[in-house]
Design a binder for this molecule. Sequence first.
Ligand code: PLP
Length: 451
Amino acid sequence: MTATWDTARLVEQDIAHMLHPVTNLHRHRQSGPLVIVRGEGSTVWDSDGKAYIDGFAGLWNVNVGHGRRELAEVAREQMARLAFQPTFFGLATPPAIELATKLAAMIPGPINHFQFTSGGAESNETALKIARYYWALGGQPDKVKIISRKMAYHGIAMGALAATGLPAYWQDFGPLTPGFVHINAPHAYRLGEGLSEAEFVSKLVEELEATIAREGADQIAAFIGEPVQGAGGVVPPPQSYWAAVSEVLKRHDILLIADEVITGFGRTGTMFGVQQYDVQPDIVSLAKGITSGYIPLGAVGVTDAINDRLSEPDRLFMHGFTYSGHPVACAVGLRNVAIVEDEELPANAAIRGEQLLAGLHDLGNHPNVGNVRGKGLMAIIEVVADRGTKEAFVAADGVGAKLQAATRARGLIVRCNDTGIAISPPLVITEREVDTLVNGIGEALREVLGA
Ligand SMILES: Cc1ncc(COP(=O)(O)O)c(C=O)c1O
């Protein structure tokens, strides 16, 4: 059955009543929304019946692709059986217990204990609070500072916002939560010019050491980082970066929180991003791909050692959310994770990721393409006004909006802004769809920037 939609009415009501995140609300009053009504695999359709390749997998999250009826069926069954019980006060439901057990088996190392959330920011709030609580219970209540990185995106709730290293998200929402320190991103194109990989990593590690010396190791609870930075600009670090960072953190007794909200569940070509770099975090934040966006869910995993300390005889663990361990979300998560494993989607992400990156590199001859980079199925074309100086376009050039219009006209949904085009399709994307995506992006670049 194909529903028909009254696009004009939907657009009018959206403009009248919706408050869109990370959107120019002034321009949106003129342009209105693109209303998406249906999806199947890597394709979505708008309310006028036009098809698009969902080159952003929703918001980096629809890993198993759209239209999976079995996920709808699992949700229906769980809702009919038991729609809700919390995990507060020692209550539990089978889906939450089973998903925590499954995650413990999947995630490398001694990360065996999970609290669930409803999304990435809540996961990071939880991770940051656990890090502080861990040190307080160990008799070091002054170990509260958090080291994060520029260009990091950890969500935009109040605590996560302070970890996020993108000033555009801070503007006029201050004061920020205190205690957060930002160091440089491992962004070789901008910061490593003329340096070998080893020299660049040494430079970054020196900055980390200097930051720890300045702030005091006895006052730093944790370092939080995405294995591959995503929303801030897709920055795969040098291969030896994480081992070097982790060695410094261990030496100074600072916990490592891996924000796997985008990189978890296959996106980089391995099940988790940390597996690309052979690094063992103490705490892991998850969301997005845990349910492929079919229903909101996140999780935070901690090691046996952290769990032991949290299990204090005379204390309640005073943290959690109403929907921590929502049974419907966990049931969907459990089945979604089984699909990711059974269909070997991390392997497909690795293969299609190579194809995508090779195709994007071919577009690198364009005079306004400054840099192409990625890992698995997360990639970016960074556009610049001047390739020699790497000078970025200014907002008044309107490059992001033009690229968005040009890609959408070609039936592609990708994330366009003034610094370039980010791509992160479903992990089920086919060879032909990757070709279509790359060709369309090339045409859009030439339409907007000439050549
Ligand atoms: C790495 C990372 N962490 C956290 C978040 C925040 O997730 P949410 O929007 O679900 O709060 C995001 C969202 O894009 C993310 O990319």
